[in-house]
Structures are given as C-alpha cells and as structure tokens.
Design a protein around this ligand. Structure first.
Ligand code: OGA
Ligand code: MN
Length: 286
C-alpha cells in the first residue's frame, strides 16, 4: 500500500500552517510521502510534526526533503545531551555550560524576520525541533506574507513595483532598534517576490532585518516600511505556535516571517535547528 495514504494534513490556523500526522521520522520517508510533504509545505508554508523522538541526523534527513541542508562546519555543534557529529546543526538555547551559551539566540523577544535575508542567497527553509521549552512564553509566531500582499490596496501594490530594500543582520541583536541603518554587510532584495512553486506574490521585508528601501528619502523609506511591517504583523496574518517538546517545525522563509515571544530568563529553552538552502548555493556565505 502507498504509505502516503496514511498521512493526514490538518490546518493549524486559518491563515497558514498544517500539522502532519502519521509519520515517524526515525524511519525513512518514502518518495510519495516526500511529495505530499513538499506540496503541503508550499501550500501551508509551515509544517508541524508532533511527538517526534529524533536525533540530529533524522532532522537533517527530514530537512533534506525540502532542499540542500546547510552543512557549514563553523556553527556551534556542542550539545552535552546528544551524540553529536552532524555538521550544520545549530542550537537555539539560553542554556549555559561552563558559563557559556551552548547555542545562539538565547534570550527574550525576537522581532519578525526571515532567516538569511541579509545574504545574497537567503535560506529557503528553517527547521526547529523542540527539546526543552519554558512553562510560559517563548512561542514562535509566523506571519503569512503572501496573504499580507494580497490585502494591500492596489495603489500600494503599484507603489511597491520595482522597489528593493536592504536587509542586514547580526545574530546578537533581536530588535529593530539595534540594527545599524547603514551596515556594511547587507543584501538587496525586491520588496515583492513571487514564490517559485505557488506563483503567489508576497512581501519581503521584516522588522528585524530590513533597514532601508532603496531610492527613497530616509524618512519616506522608514514611514513606508513601518506601515508595511504593521500590516504584515496584524493578527489576521499571524499564527502563534505553542511549542511542546517533540514538535518538529519547518517553515518557508520565502513566504512567512517569524518572531519569538519573550520568556522568563531563568527557564531553559532548547531547540535544534537546521537551515535549508537553494540547491547549488555555497555553504560558505555567512
Ligand atoms: C530561528 C529563530 C525563533 C525561536 O531559529 O531562526 O528565529 O522561537 N528562532 O527561537
Ligand atoms: Mn529566525
């Protein structure tokens, strides 16, 4: 029997996201299940598989269904709880060992962003697996940038045609106020992009990473940016994920932004992370 027939797809919200039920990722995913996952991923932008008991290698295998798993060797790889040899793994965590954080993005709120938009080749997807989560807070929010585009006034859509913006990022900063407006390291991307699979147009900008719209005066750029950012973050476009240990999520950085809610510093949070790039791109871009 075709295994893909056992997979159920349950929408997580009205605006984006689906829960995939019926797969144990300790086992290989057959081709037809892979097709179902890829189609659901393009359509829903965020997939969640719960109750997974997986090692880093299983997560990397899962991520590889969606593109090229990044295997950059210079990332933090040390988690004391795990047999660890998987290149490219990162941990998002506030846990410290010998006074040093074992992962990145340790504490607090993070403004909405799209991973890698500061690179010429942004990450196609990001996958997080929840190992330890706080009792309260620390949710990850996702906003549907295609729906946000669809709901713009026609006049605004016209105004955005052909415009580009500069994106910057610093892994130690999590708020827009801390981002340098004229950073030396940045990438320029169109403000409106078309998804290669769905053909849907979406906005491409974020509170954390988009510094400046090119060709506009600074004040005009900032006003337009803030209007668009508020629009993208309005509740009708946002799904908020309450993590449960064992949840594996993968999201499409081409069609959603994500953000993190604050959480108590004294509570431990640990998620395992892999990014996925466009096939053919280099692993070395920082
Ligand atoms: C990330 C990220 C948010 C979170 O890993 O890219 O933004 O909820 N994480 O930790
Ligand atoms: Mn991120």
């Amino acid at each position: 029997m075709d295994k893909a027939q056992n997979i159920a797809i349950e929408p997580l919200s009205k605006v984006l996201g689906a829960r995939i039920v019926g797969l144990d990722l300790r086992l290989p995913v057959d081709d037809s299940s892979g097709d179902v996952l890829r189609e659901a991923f393009s359509y829903y932008s965020v997939l969640c598989l719960s109750d997974q008991e997986i090692e880093a290698d299983h997560q990397a295998d899962f991520a590889s269904l969606f593109g090229k798993v990044d295997r950059s060797p210079h990332r933090p790889t040390d988690n004391p709880n795990e047999r660890q040899s998987t290149r490219g793994v990162m941990y998002v965590s506030n846990i410290k060992r010998d006074g040093k954080h074992i992962g990145v993005l340790p504490d607090g709120e993070m403004h909405f962003h799209s991973d890698g938009s500061h690179r010429e080749n942004p990450y196609r997807a990001t996958s997080l697996y929840a190992i330890k989560v706080p009792n309260s807070g620390g949710q990850t929010m996702f906003s549907n940038l295609a729906a946000a585009y669809d709901h713009l006034e026609e006049e605004t859509k016209k105004r955005l045609e052909g415009l580009t913006a500069n994106h910057v990022f610093n892994y130690n900063k999590t708020r827009r106020e801390d981002i340098p407006k004229n950073a030396e390291a940045y990438a320029e991307h169109p403000l409106v992009r078309t998804h290669p699979i769905t053909g849907r147009k979406s906005l491409y900008l974020s509170r954390l990473m988009t510094a400046r719209i090119n060709g506009l005066e600074e004040k005009e750029s900032e006003e337009l940016l803030l209007d668009l950012l508020d629009h993208c973050e309005s509740p009708e476009f946002v799904y908020t994920h309450e993590w449960v240990p064992g949840d594996l999520i993968i999201w499409d950085n081409r069609s959603v932004n994500h953000a993190r809610k604050d959480f108590p510093r004294e509570q431990e949070r640990l998620l395992r992370r892999f990014t996925v790039s466009e096939p053919g791109t280099s692993d070395d871009e920082v």
